[in-house]
Design a protein around this ligand. Structure first.
Ligand code: PAF
Length: 254
């Protein structure tokens, strides 16, 4: 695996990859089995696999959340070596935002609801960095998990709206044995929070109505941001103390 941190170096490498199909997995690191399953799909379906690790400041609407986001590059590199991907692209903040954040993408509809209502600016920051990364990597296919379903919807729409010649591949959420969706933020849960967290996917997949799910979660000690149904999914976001969890399931599974 080649580790590339300078944008110029990546651009020189990219010029040599003229005929190969490139599969790209963008991440913010602190890798888990969910990310690795995206790598597996990318490796299976392409000639060259590239993963990026970049903790993108513009998609954090709370400074505290950005600061607390786990950064575990050394461990991530170890995990990736076993995966045998071709390139890890890990740029720094200054080189990803050489314009000092002057240019940013603005989506004006879907980015304002659900997650967008509770995390203003989050999706514009996410779309901005995904567009930058897609422009740099120039993949044939890019892989995203269904766990961040609204993110996936927005990226697909952006690629269509901006005529990017890239196929966006969605991959099923990977869950722990007890049903909790894997997330880089789960490592912040203490043992009792981790135990309680399983009630979130349990209730999301239950036959209860949306108000009943909200009520049950609230009485179990969660603070609920939203529980809603859209795009054939039931989606939710909750807080356990200062840790925010999001999840969604296909309505066919309810
Ligand atoms: O899903 C994520 O990890 C991030 O939102 C992404 C797509 C890597 C952009 O920073």
């Amino acid at each position: 695996m080649n580790i590339v941190s300078k944008i110029d170096d990546w651009q020189a490498i990219r010029k040599t990859l003229t005929h190969q199909k490139i599969g790209f997995v963008p991440t913010m690191g602190h890798l888990h089995a969910g990310h690795l399953s995206l790598c597996e799909s990318a490796k299976r379906e392409n000639d060259v696999t590239v993963m990026s690790i970049f903790v993108n400041p513009t998609q954090f609407n709370q400074k505290n959340d950005f600061e607390k986001y786990p950064r575990t590059l050394e461990n991530d590199i170890e995990l990736l070596r076993a995966q045998q991907i071709d390139y890890l692209f890990a740029p720094d903040e200054k080189s990803m935002y050489p314009d000092d954040y002057a240019f940013q993408l603005h989506e004006t509809a879907i980015s304002r609801e659900l997650e967008g209502e509770f995390r203003p600016g989050h999706f514009n920051g996410m779309l901005t960095v995904v567009l930058k990364l897609l422009n740099l990597i120039q993949p044939s296919r890019a892989y995203f998990g269904e766990k961040d379903f609204q993110q996936l919807v927005l990226i697909k729409k952006m690629v269509t709206a901006l005529f990017l010649p890239i196929e966006i591949i969605s991959c099923e959420t990977v869950r722990a044995e007890d049903g909790l969706a894997l997330s880089s933020r789960n490592s912040r849960l203490n043992p009792s929070q981790r135990e309680k967290a399983t009630q979130f996917p349990e209730l999301l997949t239950s036959a209860f109505s949306l108000p009943q799910i909200r009520e049950q979660l609230t009485s179990a000690g969660f603070k609920v941001d939203y529980i809603a149904e859209k795009w054939g999914r039931r989606l939710g976001a909750v807080w356990l103390d200062d840790i925010r969890l999001i999840d969604n399931i296909s309505l066919e599974k309810v």
